[in-house]
Design a protein around this ligand. Structure first.
Ligand code: RFL
Length: 389
C-alpha cells in the first residue's frame, strides 16, 4: 500500500492531523492499536483551550462540541477553609475553556474522518517503523485478522502516546530527553456524581491537594494528592469521599460535595518529559509521544492538537509548493509552546501543593497564592497562561 502519510495512533493528535491533512487532499492511513470502542470510551482529559476550539471550528470539526461543551471562565482556589475565585476569562480577552470529555473529541474526529472517506485500521498489533531517513519510510503491522501488512509513505506521524513504538524507533543518541519527576502523586477519581461546583476547584489542605474538575452534568473528576508509592487499591471509596469532604471544606459556608458511584480510581505519576527534536528523518512525533505534562493546567490534549495543526500546515505547504520550510521548523515551532506550557504547569504544581519538596516550598506556595488573591497584575498573567494566549 502507498500513502502520503502513515499516522500511528488514533488519539487527539493522530485524529486531528488525519482530518486536517485529509481536508488538504493529502491521503493517509491511521493505524490504531485499540478497538474503535476502546478509544471512543477511554476517559482522560476534558478541557479544551479557546485556541484548540477555534482551530477545530475553522476546519468544521467542532459542531457537536460547540453545541454541548460547557464554557468556563472562572476557577476557584481554597486555602485553609477560605475560597477565592479568579475570573480568568474577564482578565484575558474573554477567552474560555470548553469542558468536553476527550473521548467525545475522539468520537467526533473519527466520525468526521470516516465520513470524508478516511482509512483507519483499528486493533492493529506489532507496528514496526523502517527506513525513516529514506524518502520512503515504511510501516508494517498485523491487522485485526492476523494478516501482516505494510504501507510505504512519504512521511510517518508518530502519534502513539508515551508508550507507543514511534519514539523508541529513533536510534539511541539522536534525541535529548528532559525528564522531571515532580515528587508527588495524585489519585485520579472519576465518579458518577454531578458537579458540586460551577468552577474548577483547586484546594490546598494540610493533608495535601484536592481538585474538583468538571466533565459532564453527571460525571465529575476528582484528584487527591497521595503519598508517593500509593496504590489505587490502598484507598477505599469511603476513604476517598472522606478525604475529599475534608480537603474541600469551607468555613462559614453551606457548600456541600455531592457523592456518587466511583467508576475509575488510578494513581497518576506526576512527571514531565520532553524530547528534542520532535522529528527524525521523515518521522515526526506529536502529542504525548514527544512530551508528557502533568494534568495541572490542563495542557496535554491542547498541545497534542497544536502539534497536529502545525504539522498539517507544514505538510500542506510541502505538497502545494514543494517547500520544506514548515517541516524543518516543525520541532522548534511546537517546542516553544511545549516549554511554555511546562513552565506554567510547573509553576502551578508548586503553587497548589503545600509540601512539594520541603517546608520552604510550602511557604512559597502560600506566598504565591496570596499574591494571586491580592494582585490584579499577577492574576492577569495567570489568566493568560491558564486559558492560553
Ligand atoms: P493518546 O491520547 O495517548 O493517543 C495515542 C494513541 O496511540 C495508540 N497507540 C498505538 N497505536 C498503534 N500502535 C502502537 N504501538 C500504539 N501505541 C499506542 C493508543 O491506543 C492511543 O489511541 O496521545 P495523544 O493523541 O498525543 O493525546 C494526548 C492526550 O491524550 C493527553 O495529553 C491528555 O489526555 C492529557 N490529559 C489532559 N490534557 C488536557 O489537555 N486537559 C486535561 O484536563 C487533561 N486531563 C490528561 C488528563 C491525562 C490523564 N491521564 C490518563 C494520563 C487527565 C488524565 C487522568
Amino acid at each position: 500500500m502507498k500513502r502520503a502519510v502513515a499516522v500511528i495512533g488514533a488519539g487527539p493528535a493522530g485524529l486531528t492531523l488525519a482530518n486536517l491533512i485529509q481536508q488538504s487532499g493529502i491521503d493517509c492511513v491511521v493505524l490504531e492499536r485499540g478497538s474503535r470502542t476502546h478509544v471512543e470510551t477511554r476517559p482522560r482529559a476534558g478541557v479544551l483551550e479557546h485556541r484548540s476550539v477555534t482551530m477545530l471550528e475553522s476546519h468544521g470539526l467542532a459542531d457537536r462540541l460547540l453545541m454541548e461543551a460547557d464554557r468556563h471562565g472562572t476557577c476557584e482556589f481554597r486555602v485553609n477553609g477560605q475560597a477565592f475565585q479568579v475570573a480568568y476569562s474577564d482578565l484575558y480577552d474573554d477567552r474560555l475553556h470548553y469542558v468536553y470529555p476527550q473521548q467525545e473529541v475522539v468520537k467526533d474526529l473519527i466520525a468526521a474522518f470516516l465520513d470524508a472517506g478516511g482509512d483507519i485500521r483499528f486493533s492493529v498489533s506489532d507496528v514496526e517503523l523502517r527506513d525513516l531517513t529514506s524518502s520512503h519510510p515504511t510501516v508494517d503491522w498485523t491487522s485485526a485478522d492476523g494478516v501482516r501488512e505494510a504501507v510505504t509513505a512519504d512521511f510517518v506521524a508518530g502519534c502513539d502516546g508515551f508508550h507507543g513504538v514511534s519514539r523508541p524507533s529513533i536510534p539511541e543518541g539522536v534525541l535529548t530527553e528532559f525528564t522531571h519527576q515532580h515528587g508527588i502523586e495524585w489519585l485520579a477519581i472519576l465518579a458518577e456524581a454531578p458537579p458540586s461546583t460551577k468552577a474548577i476547584i483547586y484546594a490546598l489542605h494540610a493533608d495535601g491537594f484536592a481538585g474538583h474538575m468538571l466533565r459532564s452534568p453527571t460525571v465529575s473528576r476528582f484528584y487527591l494528592q497521595v503519598p508517593v508509592g500509593t496504590k489505587a487499591s490502598d484507598w477505599s471509596d469511603e476513604q476517598v469521599w472522606e478525604a475529599l469532604h475534608k480537603r474541600f471544606a469551607l468555613h462559614d459556608s453551606n457548600w456541600a460535595l455531592t457523592e456518587g458511584k466511583i467508576i475509575e480510581k488510578r494513581v497518576l505519576d506526576m512527571r514531565s518529559h520532553v524530547v528534542e527534536p520532535m522529528s527524525y528523518g521523515r518521522l515526526y512525533l506529536l502529542g504525548d509521544a514527544a512530551h508528557i505534562i502533568t494534568p495541572v493546567g490542563a495542557k496535554g490534549m491542547n498541545l497534542a492538537m497544536n502539534d497536529a495543526a502545525t504539522l498539517s500546515r507544514a505538510l500542506t505547504e510541502f505538497y502545494a509548493t514543494g517547500s520544506e520550510t514548515g517541516l524543518k521548523t516543525y520541532s522548534d515551532d511546537c517546542l516553544r509552546r511545549v516549554w511554555r506550557a511546562q513552565e506554567f504547569s510547573q509553576w502551578m504544581v508548586n503553587m497548589i501543593h503545600t509540601d512539594v519538596s520541603s517546608p520552604f516550598f510550602g511557604r512559597l506556595a502560600q506566598a504565591r497564592l496570596e499574591h494571586l488573591a491580592e494582585s490584579p497584575a499577577y492574576r492577569a498573567t495567570f489568566a493568560e497562561n491558564y486559558v492560553g494566549p
